[in-house]
Design a protein around this ligand. Structure first.
Ligand code: ZN
Ligand code: FE
Ligand code: FE
Length: 201
């Protein structure tokens, strides 16, 4: 934290704070992901989360590389943002009894974390480029690309399989079903479908 405390004087200080913040966050995510993996029942979801756990280890290493390139020891700074997301996810999962619904809840908790990481990497990449450290920006972009891919995979798995099971419908094989089964109240609102999901699910 300490975004407005006096230890941040320059733009580069702000970058370093952000680096410490995401370093802390990635380490918290490393600790939190095994709980999600254990709670997940859908095998694809479990595998996807496991793969992302491995990727997250790589994210920590890449961040350590940047600290080292700066001639510093890797250091984290407590980030209440990620702690809030993780504890919100934990308590939500504790409330869900149906395992099919639980898988949908796990995906939403995981995606909240991915979106947090995406926004932080976005700022850090822009700042690194601005302070003339395109070498840092390139490394950070590798993390960002994996966060974005993880997010897209989760969206695809949710819309094709997990949300359907949670709703008590069969998983769609090819395209999402057009059938609307809602009884005649008002016309069912069309959910905007995710167009960017390309991964197999
Ligand atoms: Zn912070
Ligand atoms: Fe990450
Ligand atoms: Fe991530």
């Amino acid at each position: 934290m300490g975004l407005f405390t006096k230890d941040i004087a320059t733009f580069e200080d702000l970058f370093v704070h952000g680096l410490q913040d995401i370093y802390y966050a990635e380490n918290q995510i490393l600790k939190a992901l095994p709980n999600l993996i254990e709670a997940a029942t859908n095998p694809q979801l479990q595998r996807g989360l496991k793969d992302h756990l491995t990727e997250t280890e790589g994210h920590v290493s890449r961040l350590e590389q940047i600290f080292e390139m700066r001639g510093e020891k890797p250091k984290g700074t407590k980030c209440p943002g990620i702690n809030g997301l993780i504890s919100e996810g934990d308590s939500m999962l504790g409330e869900v009894s149906d395992t099919r619904v639980l898988d949908a809840a796990i995906i939403s908790a995981a995606q909240a974390v991915e979106h947090y990481e995406i926004t932080r990497y976005g700022s850090l990449i822009a700042w690194a480029a601005e302070i003339g450290r395109n070498d840092f920006a390139d490394i950070l972009r590798e993390n960002l690309a994996e966060e974005e891919a993880a997010d897209e995979n989760l969206s695809a798995l949710a819309s094709k399989v997990v949300n359907k099971r949670a709703a008590g419908k069969p998983a769609s094989r090819a395209s999402p079903s057009r059938a609307t089964r809602s009884p005649a109240k008002k016309p069912a609102k069309r959910q905007p479908e995710k167009r960017r999901a390309r991964k197999s699910a």
